[in-house]
Design a protein around this ligand. Structure first.
Ligand code: FAD
Length: 408
């Protein structure tokens, strides 16, 4: 923490937002020996709704473990690992595969747990690492100059920093304040995403299941994914469906109890309707190279393939590394170059992820020609066709540039 001419609200680095990406950035800064201050709009003990990111890739666990050794194993211990995945087409199984559990002491390929739990463990790790938090500090304006950034919060407080890592989510006030636009598209079709609590009286096999054209719900696609304590159910709506009706009350109960044992429909903890955005910030930094955009402040992808938080955490680590280099650089041009390199490389990564999530979306909304291809694949005896049907809903599996991916 620096007492400077700028006043007592000056910090070398401020992270805006205490979501998973902001917390990961703060943790990475501490691991580099830098002080980290997080400004968060919400209260300290807030409960964020919904489980959102449940699928945490091993590469994400490894990054978090680099910042805070032991955190990955804590997350994996809280999470759940499904060992079998199945894909059905119009009610017939077209693919299944089971995997051996990881050897004892090794990290799994992924862990499946509610985002609130991931955030809880991240927050705990940040506190242990000495991250400074300022809660109820909603940033309303950000201005950058040659020497740093000024942030203003809702109560009129001004904060100054040499660098700001913006992790304030999809409606990022920092990004908007700097006039950086998001470019991209929005999916045409609607989806409903539901979390329902595990029912001990009606336990289900711990398997990830994708249904193309589920016969019990009028041929809609359905994805069922277990996570620690519950199930995530995604329903892809027909074009003429009413998302509001199907996401609550009897409309929700009716379709959910057609795809799961009926008691699960009485255990819903969260239901939401979506048309997915596929957008990327035109630049991940400002002209002075003082603000670094990360996570959903920088990009939004459709969730198929779980690329949101799993790409936000690498953004966070890269941003912390860039700020560390910039602070140590001495010469302003070298400092700016470190931030520019972050902005270019993470934007390339976002483009890759956006294309991959876009391919998944396109696969899930086939035209007549693609539909015929899907039907032929489902009727085929060739195992590679079953494998294709199983993997395509999540998009191409190659890692984004600069990222690791473990195929599962
Ligand atoms: C249905 C669904 C399923 C998903 N599944 C997955 C998955 O399986 N795997 C995966 O990797 N991703 C998944 N995602 C995406 C994942 O949830 C997001 O990528 C992730 O939450 C982004 O984290 P973030 O920290 O960038 O933003 P957020 O989680 O939005 O956090 C932003 C934080 O900033 C704070 N904030 C906002 N504005 C301000 C301000 N002006 N000043 C100060 N603080 C502010 C907010 O209060 C919040 O704490 C899913 C998303 C959805 C909707």
């Amino acid at each position: 923490m620096t007492e400077s001419a700028a006043g007592r609200n000056h910090r070398p680095v401020i992270v805006v937002g205490a979501g998973p990406v902001g917390l990961s950035a703060a943790l990475a800064l501490r691991a580099l020996g830098r002080p980290a201050t997080v400004l968060e709009a919400g209260e300290q003990d807030r409960l964020r709704p919904g489980s959102r990111a449940i699928f945490v890739h091993r590469a994400t666990l490894e990054i978090l473990d680099r910042s805070h050794p032991g955190l990955a194993h804590d997350l994996a211990a809280q999470g759940l690992l499904w060992h079998t995945k199945r894909t059905y087409y119009a009610g017939d199984e077209v693919f299944s595969r089971s995997y051996a559990p990881p050897p004892p002491g090794k990290l799994p390929h992924f862990t499946s747990l509610p985002q609130v739990e991931t955030e809880r463990l991240l927050l705990q790790a940040c506190k242990a690492a000495g991250v400074e938090f300022a809660w109820n500090q909603e940033v309303t304006a950000a201005a950058t100059g040659e020497t740093g950034v000024t942030l203003t919060t809702g109560d009129g407080t001004r904060w100054q920093a040499d660098y700001v890592i913006a992790a304030d989510g999809a409606r990022s006030a920092v990004r908007e304040s700097l006039g950086i636009e998001l470019r991209g598209s929005r999916s045409d079709g609607w989806y409903i995403v539901v979390d329902t609590e595990e029912d001990p009286g009606n336990p289900l096999p711990v398997e990830r299941i994708f249904h193309y054209a589920h016969p019990a719900v009028d041929g809609r696609n359905v994805l069922l994914v277990p996570f620690a304590g519950g199930w995530r159910v995604d329903l892809q709506l027909h074009d003429h469906d009413d998302p509001e009706r199907l996401s609550r009350g009897e409309g929700l109960r009716e379709w959910l109890s057609a795809v799961m044992p009926a008691p699960y429909a009485g255990r819903v903890t969260w239901a939401s309707t979506y048309r997915f955005l596929q957008v990327i910030a035109e630049s991940f930094t400002d002209p002075h190279h003082r603000v670094l955009l990360t996570g959903e402040a920088a990009h939004l992808f459709a969730p198929f393939g779980a690329r949101g938080m799993n790409s936000g955490v690498p953004d966070a680590e890269a941003a912390a590394n860039a700020v560390h280099l910039a602070l140590a650089a001495g010469a302003p041009a070298r400092a700016a170059a470190a931030v520019a390199e972050f902005a270019l490389s993470r934007r390339r990564s976002a483009e890759h992820n956006c294309d991959a999530a876009g391919a998944a979306l396109a696969h899930l909304r086939p035209g007549p020609e693609e539909r015929a291809k899907l039907e032929a694949a489902a009727a085929s005896d060739d195992p590679s066709m079953g494998h294709w049907l199983d993997t395509a809903p999540y998009g191409p599996r190659e890692a984004a540039p600069g990222n690791t991916i473990y195929k599962y």
